[in-house]
Design a protein around this ligand. Structure first.
Ligand code: FUB
Ligand code: ZN
Length: 658
């Protein structure tokens, strides 16, 4: 505990220094600011064990994989090649370096919650290894430094630096380097990784910055990475380069375009439909949202708004998964959402959360967090096994025990040749505490229900919020709120999820109705019931919060029957089940002998049963002889059939709208 306080203090000092430096006044910023990871200590019974498993098992496991599969060795090989020795790239992908960066990022974020001197020393040694792979001018992509004529994959063209930006992943490697180094600096206050990133970013500025070289990365992420470096250093060149990469995309007057797969068919401010490779697209949209905020740019702002609407209204799975097609790892057409062959790459879920959080910080509406929550508890969390060492790359909503949907396997896999998803989960999950709260002026937004203790700086005071809940199994959430320092009015905006008021998902893509009697949410302040009118998805509570004030929220946890928009052919005549934020599925193993016959009727009786003995503790839903488990927990017991959507036994339908 003592060490924890010390580390938080050191990091807080370093953050204050960065905050003080501030952004150049020429630029605007998001009206809403996140509350940093360093300010929020999880105590949650749902998320904390997952993050602990990640720290205790997954991190070491991934570092070992990076070691045994040559990802570390590549950095050392560059050093030897630079001294004139021959070298051979090991590994399968031109972006193997990024698995190292992402694992460092996850380790750094987990050090904030649980300091660990051994892990910190190990991370430092890996950073020293990465430094070996950097050329003297800052260039860093090991396969190309080792042997530019022999790329690790046949879809990359051999040749000198930056000659095949569509496929070489050199700028993708830089992007992940920048993201990871920023997170590492903000989490630990150390500059060792950041300095490597800055040398590389400075090289990019020299080559692609205010020059005539008008090129863009094939796979986006360098844009958000550069903006993170700009936030830390205040160096405007990084921001300008990020913007240049975005402005050039789709601009046929200045470049030869790569087409919709790379979101390079129209200028980004004219794009209206989310398209192409889903992960690329989501990272692009996150970068565009940063530009919309930092430049107060209305064209960018309208564009991300349109794209978000298109995605959430017409291309998002019930689980929050994105990307209908295995072919091209891509978004499909509007309402093209097949279940068995869904791609819904884990990385796309992560990208969607990164984008949605930015959209929330522009618009301050809870709908963005409704989508984030849907994704977090379902498509994203499904990506990692309960044991923390097996993964999904695609996350379908149906398995028939025949189709090998997970890169050739019918269940989770321990690792992949292309291991973007495991290492993306590693970087993402330990940063989850930073998604819970946000601030704007005298307002604190409560966006997620997760037990935690938070110390939130707000102007010249600090707001202490303790949140206690058994969410997602229970809808009761207790807050204790107090302020320290310059007391004044404070407003809490607590999100009331759309599912809690039986609202359709955006664009009525999914209509959700509770089975049985409709219940409502309820709110108490210091024991007194308050009305708590919901606006923009929030209830607002204002006061001085000088004592130890108590707020209790009760969200109506009920089984819901869901139907999809009639445009989604794959779900026509079908129903799905949810409970709170969780989407449920049935697995063959719980339903031997009757799995294929399961059907649903909203008029049936559904019971919810706590099963501490099952799948690390879940609530199951029962309907007749059928048993349903949370989707995130499926495929932890070997191969077998699974379904989210089931034939609807009777009409009329759940909703009245059709
Ligand atoms: O290209 C790098 C990563 O590999 C992408 O983000 C994933 O979709 C996978 O293709
Ligand atoms: Zn991935």
């Amino acid at each position: 505990m003592k060490t924890y306080i010390f580390l938080s203090f050191a990091v807080a000092l370093c953050l204050t220094a960065c905050e003080r430096r501030g952004l150049p006044t020429a630029y605007a910023d998001y009206p809403i600011q996140p509350v940093s990871l360093t300010r929020v200590q999880l105590t949650d019974a749902f998320w904390l064990p997952r993050i602990q498993t990640l720290r205790e098992k997954t991190l070491g496991y991934a570092f070992d994989k990076c070691d045994t599969e040559g990802r570390f060795e590549n950095f050392q090989t560059v050093a030897r090649v630079l001294q004139g020795e021959p070298g051979l790239t090991r590994g399968a992908m031109p972006f193997d370096d990024t698995d190292v960066y992402k694992t460092i990022e996850g380790a750094a974020c987990s050090l904030v919650s649980v300091p660990d001197a051994d892990l910190e020393a190990y991370v430092d040694s890996i950073i020293a290894l990465v430094a070996l792979g950097q050329e003297s001018d800052g260039y860093l992509t090991t396969w190309r430094s080792i042997d530019p004529m022999h790329p690790p994959a046949d879809w990359v063209s051999p040749g000198e630096r930056w000659t095949d930006l569509g496929m070489s992943h050199e700028l993708y490697n830089s992007g992940h380097l920048f993201e990871a180094a920023s997170a590492h600096f903000l989490a630990t206050g150390k500059r060792n990784f950041l300095d490597i990133a800055l040398r590389n970013a400075d090289l990019l500025v020299r080559v692609f910055g205010d020059t005539t070289r008008n090129e863009v990365p094939g796979h986006e992420i360098v844009e958000t990475g550069l903006i993170k470096l700009y936030r830390i250093t205040g160096k405007e060149d990084y921001l300008r380069l990020a913007r240049k990469f975005l402005d050039l995309r789709g601009d046929a007057t200045r470049r030869r375009l790569r087409g919709p797969y790379s979101q390079d068919h129209l200028p980004v401010t004219q794009q209206e439909e989310v398209t192409g490779h889903a992960v690329r697209a989501l990272y692009l949209y996150a970068g565009m949202t940063d530009i919309a905020a930092l430049y107060s740019d209305s064209a960018y702002r309208s564009s991300v708004h349109r794209l978000w609407e298109n995605m959430t209204h017409k291309k998002m799975y019930l689980t929050g998964g994105l990307g209908a097609r295995h072919q091209g790892e891509a978004f499909g057409a509007n309402y093209e959402l097949p279940n068995l062959t869904a791609y819904a790459e884990t990385c796309a879920s992560i990208g969607s959360v990164y984008w949605g959080e930015r959209m929330f910080r522009i618009y301050g509406e809870a709908t963005y967090y409704d989508v984030i929550e849907r994704t977090l508890y379902n498509a994203l969390l499904a990506g990692i096994s309960l044991e923390g060492t097996e993964f999904f790359y695609p996350n379908p909503l149906e398995a028939d025990a025949w189709y090998a949907f997970n890169q050739g396997k019918k269940t989770r896999q321990p690792w992949f040749d292309c291991s973007c998803c495991p290492t993306n989960l590693i970087r993402f999950l330990p940063s989850l505490p930073s998604l819970i709260y946000a601030t704007q002026g005298d307002t604190v937004y409560v966006n997620l229900f997760v037990s935690a203790k938070a110390e939130i700086p707000l102007g010249r005071r600090c707001v202490d919020i303790t949140q206690e809940t058994d969410y997602p199994w229970d809808g009761k959430v207790n807050f204790r709120v107090s302020t320290r320092g310059n007391a004044g009015g404070l407003t809490l905006r607590i999100r009331i999820p759309a599912w809690a008021v039986n609202e359709d998902s955006p664009g009525s893509l999914y209509t959700s109705r509770p089975v049985g009697k409709v219940e409502s949410y309820a709110l108490w302040v210091n024991g007194e019931r308050v009305e708590g009118k919901r606006q923009n998805g929030y209830v607002e509570i204002s006061g001085r919060f000088t004592g130890d004030d108590r707020i209790e929220l009760n969200l109506p946890m009920q089984v819901h029957c869901i139907e999809a928009h009639p445009g989604v052919e794959a779900d026509r005549g079908l129903l799905a089940l949810s409970y709170g934020p969780l989407v449920y599925c049935a697995e063959e193993t719980d339903n031997r002998g009757h799995f294929d016959a399961i059907s649903l009727d909203p008029n049936d009786t559904y019971t919810v049963e706590k099963r501490p003995d099952l799948l690390n503790g879940v609530s199951v839903i029962r309907n007749g002889s059928a048993t349903f488990i949370p989707y995130y927990a499926w495929s932890n017991r070997g191969e077998g059939k699974m379904k989210v959507w089931f034939p609807r036994r009777t009409s009329p339908t759940v909703g009245d709208r059709r």
